[in-house]
Design a protein around this ligand. Structure first.
Ligand code: C5P
Length: 279
């Protein structure tokens, strides 16, 4: 039996720079793993099954699909019982489902001793979703293409992070459609490169705070209430997580983040304190 943490991610920078012929969008993004995680347990079995209490049908569950894909792609005969203990808010732009799927691929590679290298795992991961390859690698990565082309970046400065969950989940395809409308299909869009460059050279939390950017904050559905609550609780800066609906706030350290998260939870806002997670 194997137990793994499946870490959530935030995007410190997320810009969309083009609409592709396959319907996906070209993105430029700086992704960061955070210590908020689901817990995945894998146990060898004759068939593939999944146990979790988060109400997703197996065929729609990325973790289940990852296990199926592993056995199909490798030709390994066998199966697995996957147990998922969910902590990461769903439809929150935190890649929770992608993190679970990546943990299943990494874990099956260990459980069955298949010795697959990262490239093979990331190719499998890309078939499951745009964020899954990042979740295989973790840490701090620049991502291009659909989000699956990765290049390692310098680890984020140590800080505290509070993630607050939106009351409604956001649909990623709908959020992208809304951006297409706002930016006329991204025919002549100028990417926000100055902020990305500043983030890549950031030497302090202040530098990071000054340059956070997420194009999805331009959509109509973006509700500033959560960001305002985080600011009121002492966040240095805030940003929408991925395509939404969660929002994260940066704090000087984990102690400050814990205090703020407690305060927010007491006010009835679902908040999670965490920190940047390295590789
Ligand atoms: O890759 P993933 O399955 O997570 O994407 C979900 C949906 O989000 C896609 O079907 C597409 O509509 C949209 N998407 C996109 N461009 C990306 C990533 C996702 O348009 N780079």
């Amino acid at each position: 039996m194997i137990e793994l943490n499946a870490f959530a991610k935030i995007n410190l920078f997320l810009d969309v720079v083009g609409l592709r012929d396959d319907g996906y969008h070209e993105v430029v993004t700086l992704m960061q793993s955070v210590s908020l995680c689901d817990r995945i347990t894998l146990e060898k079995s004759d068939t593939v099954s999944i146990i979790g209490n988060y109400g997703v049908l197996p065929e729609k569950d990325l973790a289940y699909r990852a296990a199926k894909l592993f056995f199909e792609s490798t030709g390994v005969s066998g199966g697995v019982t996957v147990r998922v203990a969910k902590n990461i808010p769903m439809q929150g732009g935190l890649a929770g489902g992608s993190a679970d799927a990546a943990a299943v691929l990494n874990g099956l590679n260990m459980l069955y001793g298949t010795g697959l290298d990262d490239r093979f795992l990331e190719n499998m991961a890309a078939k499951l979703g745009s964020d899954v390859p990042f979740c295989i690698r973790g840490g701090t990565q620049l991502a291009f293409g659909r989000g699956e082309k990765l290049s390692k970046a310098e680890q984020m400065k140590s800080c505290g992070i509070v993630i607050v969950a939106g009351s409604k989940g956001a649909s990623t395809p709908m959020q992208y459609r809304e951006l297409d409308r706002i930016h006329n299909g991204f025919v002549s869009y100028e990417p926000n490169t100055a902020k990305l460059e500043a983030l890549l050279k950031a030497e302090s939390l202040q530098d990071i705070s000054d340059n956070l950017f997420n194009i999805f904050e331009q959509t109509n559905g973006y509700d500033r209430t959560l960001a305002n609550k985080l600011k009121y609780s002492g966040a240095e800066s805030t940003l929408l997580c991925g395509s939404g609906s969660s929002v994260f706030g940066l704090f000087k350290d984990l102690d400050k983040a814990n205090i703020a998260a407690n305060e927010l939870n007491n006010m009835g806002v679902k908040a999670f304190a965490c920190k940047p997670q390295s590789l």
